[in-house]
Design a protein around this ligand. Structure first.
Ligand code: 2BA
Length: 108
């Protein structure tokens, strides 16, 4: 049994969720915030059997895209005052995915 923790760009969130539901995966959707950009994203907790892991990962991948985001000077200034006049482009996923071994799944 695996637990997939997928942090999904909010632009891709409904497309990924719809695809997972269509493919009969069960998951929990949690509203989350990126530590760097401080903008909303969606964290999906997907419990699945080992043999469906790759299929679940492919489903996520097929419904995500990376984007380039221009970070406002004010956001950077909070972290480094020397950068307050420079915007910076960052490439944002898509999805950042962790795969964990789940020892057991219990339902009460
Ligand atoms: P954020 O933390 O808001 O990061 C958004 C994007 O900013 C990142 O895209 C990355 O391109 C850039 N970035 C993040 N931290 C940076 C830093 N210290 N210096 C320069 N650039 C930085 P992604 O890597 O695609 O990450 C998208 C979101 O996935 C992140 O949003 C965060 O919520 C999550 N994430 C990424 N890596 C993670 C990790 N190792 N652990 C937990 N969450 C992670």
């Amino acid at each position: 049994m695996k637990m997939i923790v997928a942090i999904v760009n909010k632009e891709d969130s409904s497309s990924v969720c719809n695809a997972l539901t269509r493919e009969h995966f069960k998951f929990t959707k949690v509203s989350s915030t990126g530590g760097f950009l401080k903008t909303g994203n969606t964290t999906l907790l997907i419990g699945t059997s080992d043999d469906l892991l790759e299929y679940a990962l492919r489903t996520i991948e097929e419904h995500c895209a990376t984007r380039t985001v221009s970070v406002a000077p004010s956001s950077l200034a909070e972290q480094n005052p020397y950068e307050m006049y420079n915007t910076r482009d960052v490439t944002v996923g898509g999805a950042t995915v962790f795969v964990l071994d789940a020892e057991r799944m219990l339902k009460f």
